[in-house]
Design a protein around this ligand. Structure first.
Ligand code: NAD
Length: 329
């Protein structure tokens, strides 16, 4: 198939080409994002391959249909940027990569916890300036602490397993309980109980109308004073303005986020020579107990390799008419 790959990042080509060794599919890489203004680039191709930053609304999909595009293949699990109904109406199939490396994201959540706790980022900078003092570097043991996990799907489960390994008491809340995790010692509880008893809370549920701003002022008031809150899931699960107030009055003691409400205008760009167009993230960055990473939890060699493998498999399955669990129906 002839495939137009949009929003190609420099690190992706190597992996996508690796999984297309015999040139079974003709891959053309575009740096630009796909949207109604750039859809004409898809002319002459059979399929488009996109990321979360591409905008496939009804207008774009209408244009893709005019260009005879038959497949939209996402290189991501999330598909909230694709108007799936408009695609179905135009007889365009939509495939995605539902799971690639839950460990990559779970391990990054742990990296945020350990950095905030043991302050290795501060020590790194300090020692480079020949300051070897221990002032303000004191942390706490993870062993014996209570960790609350909201959402125990693929990533939440991987995270629970790591925290059990640290010797933590792991509490969980999910609309579906995992028998495997219960056998391993994870205790499911209500969200309120989890809030009241956890020293660390890590968010691994999806963003839905029900979970939007689940972590707001009311939720923070139920938590242990000084709680550590970690979000590697989606930015809008946390109401940022409320989190800032909770940081100001010490209700949140540590905040580690890999995702941010409004990250679309900021992340994946070098804004070092401009003014960042978002006052809330600037305020967040002013706290020395806040750690922000730019949506990099997925960014491991293993995850990129698996995303590329499944993406190419999706092209082939579509071409051969093979039924696939990766198709969004
Ligand atoms: P998953 O579907 O395997 O698990 C999600 C879990 O959340 C499920 O068990 C589901 O029952 C549960 N859930 C749904 N609604 C809930 C609610 N109201 N309260 C509690 N639990 C609820 O998904 P996953 O692969 O584990 O991914 C989790 C999230 O991680 C994704 O939604 C995505 O937003 C995020 N993610 C982030 C990155 C990153 O790089 N930072 C990468 C991939 C995924």
């Amino acid at each position: 198939m002839k495939i137009a790959i949009f929003s190609t990042k420099y690190y992706e080509k190597e992996y996508l080409n690796k999984h297309n060794p015999k040139g079974l599919h003709e891959l053309t890489f575009f740096d630009v994002a796909l949207n109604s203004q750039t859809a004409n680039l898809a002319s002459g191709f059979d399929a488009v391959c996109v990321q979360l930053t591409d905008i496939l609304d009804a207008a774009t999909i209408d244009l893709l249909s005019q260009y005879q595009i038959k497949l939209i293949d996402l290189r991501s699990a999330g598909f909230d940027n694709v108007d799936v109904k408009a695609a179905a109406k135009n007889n365009i199939k939509v495939f995605r990569v539902p799971a690639y490396s839950p460990q990559a994201i779970a391990e990054h959540a742990v990296a945020l916890i350990l950095t905030l706790d043991r302050k290795t980022h501060k020590a790194y900078n300090r020692v480079r300036e020949n300051n070897f003092s221990l002032q303000n570097l004191m942390g706490f043991n993870l062993y014996g602490k209570t960790v609350g996990v909201v959402g125990t799907g693929k990533i939440g489960s991987a995270f629970c397993n790591i925290m059990l390994g640290f010797g933590c008491t792991v509490l969980a809340h999910d609309i579906v309980e995992s028998k495997v995790l219960i056998t391993k010692g994870v205790a499911y509880t209500s969200l309120d109980k989890l809030f009241q008893t956890s020293d660390i809370i890590s968010i691994h549920c999806p963003l839905t109308p029900n979970t939007r701003h689940l972590f707001d002022k009311k939720a923070f008031e139920k938590m242990k004073k000084g709680v550590m809150l970690i979000n590697t899931s989606r930015g809008a699960l946390i109401k940022t303005a409320d989190a800032i107030d909770a940081l100001k009055n010490g209700m949140i003691g540590y905040l580690g986020i890999d995702v941010y409400e409004g990250e679309e205008k900021i992340f994946f760009r070098d804004l070092s020579s401009t003014i960042v167009p978002d006052d809330l993230i600037e305020r967040l960055m002013s706290f020395n107990n806040v750690l922000i990473t730019p949506h990099q939890a997925f960014f491991t060699k293993e995850a990129l390799d698996e995303i590329a493998r499944i993406t190419l498999l999706n092209f082939t399955d579509f071409e051969n008419g093979t039924a696939s669990e990766n198709e969004i129906r």
